[in-house]
Design a protein around this ligand. Structure first.
Ligand code: ZN
Ligand code: ZN
Length: 379
């Protein structure tokens, strides 16, 4: 397991401000926009974000410093980063297998089963259009997650009743067994079979949550996606993750941004690129071209006389906004000169005389396969 401080390249006693500074620098350095298709940079970027999500939170940082993990439930400092799909697939199965009393995978053996634990983090992908990434958008996001059962306040006991202290283990959750052997007395500790380690016995289960204390339900959360977001960015929505267990705090929700590809505009960081199709006379003589921008506005672009095929014209500051900044990228227009495949008789005549004037040798009117056929039939 990589050290989170090493990932952010800061000493263990770094101040929160230093951590933030180091994070900003590294995120800039490894941002996927600057390394398209580079898996290594993408992995590094994810690690940096994960390390920061722990070290930027004083509570999680303290837990990490103490236990070497930020997650109260698992031995994984990245918490519930396993991803949404795994949660969906295994969440219910685990909830059933362990009566919902455990937070998820690899529940810690350090803590007794009845101590409060933070709920798991949830990771979920949010798709936005390129225009939404430009403008920012309010989005209702549906999240399937556990919440504390309101009927029993999370105790799992039928309303009006309380979980009782397990008489078998006196609420310890574990039992000691002594065994007399020829080598002496052996003592072993094992999970209490009556309460399965919770230390509590529920005589009558809450019918709403079937004794688990939590209910899986669809939550709709309104989230503001800021202008300038890019694919693979992670947005943290604090405490919007899974409900805590035994009164622990909820986990966080991480939204992974996925910006859809646009047919007419290509994004490169904060810059936008598009194509402008010109006729030969327009490129030769120059023109005022109307360009449609991403947000549907029309910009007038001055195409100077003598513009070449493939030439790139720039509209400064008309690209994507930069995240958390008033600055914006630029809008690049790539000129494409279209050669017509069909001409009217008049156009053909004019172009022939232009070719004459330019002393450019051109094919005969009747050359080519069609011309040959024509002549063959006439002869
Ligand atoms: Zn309940
Ligand atoms: Zn017990």
């Amino acid at each position: 397991m990589e050290d989170l401080y090493a990932i952010l390249e800061v000493p263990r006693d770094a101040s929160q401000a230093d951590i933030k500074k180091a994070y900003r620098k590294l995120v800039h350095q490894y941002h996927p926009d600057s390394h398209p298709g580079d898996k290594e940079a993408e992995e590094k970027f994810k690690k940096i974000n994960a390390a920061y999500s722990v070290l930027n939170d004083p509570e999680k940082r303290a837990r990490y410093d103490q236990f070497g993990t930020a997650d109260a439930n698992t031995g994984n400092p990245f918490g519930g980063m396993g991803g949404q799909d795994l949660g969906d697939l295994f969440g219910d199965i685990f909830a059933q297998a362990f009566g919902g009393g455990f937070g998820g995978f690899g529940s810690s053996r350090r803590q007794s089963a009845s101590s409060p634990r933070q709920g798991d983090d949830i990771e979920q992908v949010v798709h936005v259009t390129l225009l939404e990434a430009m403008k920012g958008v309010m989005r209702d996001i549906d999240v399937m997650k556990y919440e504390t059962c309101q009927d029993c306040n999370g105790t799992g006991a039928k309303p009006g009743t309380k979980p009782e202290t397990c008489p078998h283990c006196n609420g310890q959750g574990s039992v000691r067994q002594r065994q007399q052997t020829m080598f002496g007395i052996f003592e072993s500790v094992s999970t209490c079979p009556d309460c399965h380690g919770t230390g509590k016995i529920i005589r009558e289960k809450c019918s709403e949550c079937k004794g688990t204390g939590r209910i899986r339900r669809k939550h709709t959360i309104e989230v503001k996606i800021p202008a300038g977001v890019a694919s693979n960015m992670r947005m943290r929505v604090p405490e919007a993750g899974e409900a805590g267990v035994n009164g622990g705090p909820p986990g966080d929700l991480y939204l992974i941004i996925d910006v859809e590809v646009h047919p007419d505009f290509e994004r490169d960081g904060a810059d936008l690129h598009t194509t402008l199709i010109l006729t030969y006379p327009q490129a030769v003589l120059g023109t005022e071209a109307k360009i449609k921008t991403l947000d549907g506005h029309e910009e007038t672009l001055t195409v100077p006389a003598g513009t070449q095929h493939g030439q790139v014209l720039k509209l400064k500051g008309k690209g994507m906004p930069r995240l958390n900044s008033k600055a914006a990228g630029d809008f690049y227009v790539h000129v494409y000169i279209e050669i017509p495949k069909k001409l009217t008789d008049k156009q053909r005549e004019i172009i022939r005389s232009l070719a004459d004037e330019m002393k450019a040798p051109v094919s005969d009117e009747d050359s080519g396969i069609l011309g040959k056929f024509k002549r063959w039939f006439q002869e």
